[in-house]
Design a protein. Structure first.
Length: 496
């Protein structure tokens, strides 16, 4: 595995605005200066975060920061009926991309995740040795551990089947110390080994971040560490621990009022956002993700993430989320697509980026309780969210019925936030995409409103990729769901 020499990678000309962590001028500042004090290490942390959220991975507009991984996950799942004539995600949607080790997106995702890991390792390896305030160093180390855990959790979620299918499956290499261009690549670690590191990192991060009063929600604090622990515990079937960590994560983030739900999911100050990235016009490349998600603003370039018509049928009348659906009639080429107006640009063409919400924590809590047999507590947690959204409450049912209801609620609540494919992998499910037709096989017609105010009946648009690319039916635990290791990594690391 050939990685940039770590102290050169770290040089940002000591400016948090420079996001290009993998390059440096030939007269780069020496390692001794870069690693001299806590201020310089903090600059590395800020630059790493900026690169993670606001770089176009692989240098292409189709990969706007970390959100491009989220978009890929949802494009490959059930509920996004992608417009495949639009730029960005058609090959992912058709299952012809993330299983092809020569694809540029495959290379870009892998490289960016390990770039984040390596820069986190630089901080972790040096923070205790540099000059600076002990408390500040403690908090910075906790944040670096949390960010490293988040990257490994992403690898564990997409680059192998479910932990509950085979915890010993080889997945991706582990690196816990800074690497150089001459570092010998490590073999793939098992899911079990990766999760052991994730848990160790997050538990230490949680302890180090106790008492940390963060200046902004993009900073990892103990609440974010608890939320990441909840995800990891859920992935590994540690149900009680998942529920407990989720309850801790959500406690200071009340669910938003119904009036807030339709405001565009673009404001990090929303009460239920636990972790998110603020965007400003001068640094907003991550906002480009809204060009795919925002299907109703006239300034959105691609508006390709339309909703599957069957997705709308999951919502009850009275549910605030159901009011966000609208059959598109804004242009001839868009007629009959189902808009889900959850995401909207702000007027300045920026949008803050959500990474973790208390709604997700509530659903993890509900699932943890339900799967551990604590049905009453699971029902209460599910209804905590359903009640807040105006949906019909769950009254009674078997354990499996409750679990099924929670998984459906995850689809309803977290649409567009990147959990589509990872939930399918985690729960060993098959992708479900069906034609939207009547009993005779004819397209179902819907009413649209055109720009001149006239209405018309047109066939509803639905999924166009109803099978895998080889023509076979969608099945659980398919290799088509798993992100592959790029060819360049195979060539550079003979130990894989």
């Amino acid at each position: 595995m050939k990685l940039s020499k770590y102290f050169i990678v770290a040089v940002l000309a000591l400016s948090a605005c420079n996001k290009q962590l993998d390059t440096a001028p030939s007269d780069a500042v020496s390692e001794d200066i870069v690693l001299k004090n806590i201020s310089n290490l903090s600059t590395i942390a800020e630059g790493t975060w900026a690169s993670m959220m606001d770089d176009f991975y692989g240098g292409t507009y189709s990969n706007p920061g970390f959100k491009s991984i989220s978009l890929t996950s949802d494009a490959m799942a059930d509920d996004v009926a992608l417009i495949t004539t639009k730029y960005g995600f058609p090959t992912a949607y058709r299952f012809t991309q993330m299983n092809d080790k020569t694809q540029s997106r495959v290379t870009a995702f892998w490289g960016q995740l390990y770039k984040i890991i390596n820069n986190s390792n630089i901080i972790i390896a040096n923070v205790d040795k540099v000059e600076g305030d002990a408390t500040e160093k403690k908090f910075l180390k906790g944040q670096a551990l949390g960010l490293r855990a988040h990257s490994y959790l992403t690898l564990a979620s997409f680059y192998q089947y479910s932990y509950l299918k085979d915890s010993l499956a080889k997945t991706a290499p582990i690196y816990t110390t800074p690497t150089t261009a001459s570092t010998q690549g490590n073999p793939r670690a098992t899911l079990k080994e990766i999760y052991e590191l994730i848990f160790a990192d997050l538990l230490e991060a949680k302890d180090l971040l106790a008492g940390y009063d963060r200046p902004a929600k993009y900073k990892i604090n103990a609440d974010v560490a608890n939320g990441l622990l909840a995800r990891a515990f859920l992935n590994t079937g540690r149900w009680d621990l998942a529920a407990a960590a989720a309850a801790e994560a959500q406690q200071d983030y009340p669910l938003m009022a119904q009036t807030e739900y339709s405001k565009g999911f673009n404001d990090v100050n929303n009460t239920e956002w636990i972790w998110g990235h603020p965007e400003i016009p001068s640094q907003s490349d991550g906002s480009y993700s809204f060009h795919f998600l925002d299907v109703s603003s006239s300034t959105s370039y691609y508006y390709s993430f339309m909703a599957d018509p069957f997705f709308k049928d999951l919502f009850d009348d009275g549910d605030i989320r159901k009011t966000l659906f609208s059959w598109d009639g804004s242009a001839a080429a868009r007629e009959g697509y189902l808009q889900y107006k959850k995401f909207k640009f702000r007027s300045d063409q920026t949008a803050d980026l959500v990474l973790m919400r208390s709604a997700e924590a509530v659903l993890i809590k509900a699932e943890g309780y339900a799967r551990s047999g604590k049905l009453a507590q699971g029902i209460d947690a599910l209804n905590e969210l359903r009640g807040a959204r105006g949906a019909v409450l769950f009254t009674s049912g078997t354990q499996q019925e409750l679990i099924d209801a929670i998984l459906v609620e995850r689809r309803k609540e977290l649409w567009g936030e990147g959990f589509g494919l990872s939930d399918i992998i985690r729960n060993q499910l098959a992708v479900v995409r069906k034609p939207y037709v009547d009993d005779s096989g004819n397209d179902i017609k819907v009413t649209i409103t055109r720009p001149d105010g006239s209405t018309a009946q047109v066939p509803a648009k639905y999924h166009t990729a109803l099978k895998f690319s080889d023509g076979s039916a969608f099945v659980p635990n398919s290799p088509y769901y798993i992100f592959v290791i790029p060819q360049t990594e195979e060539q550079n690391n003979p130990n894989l």
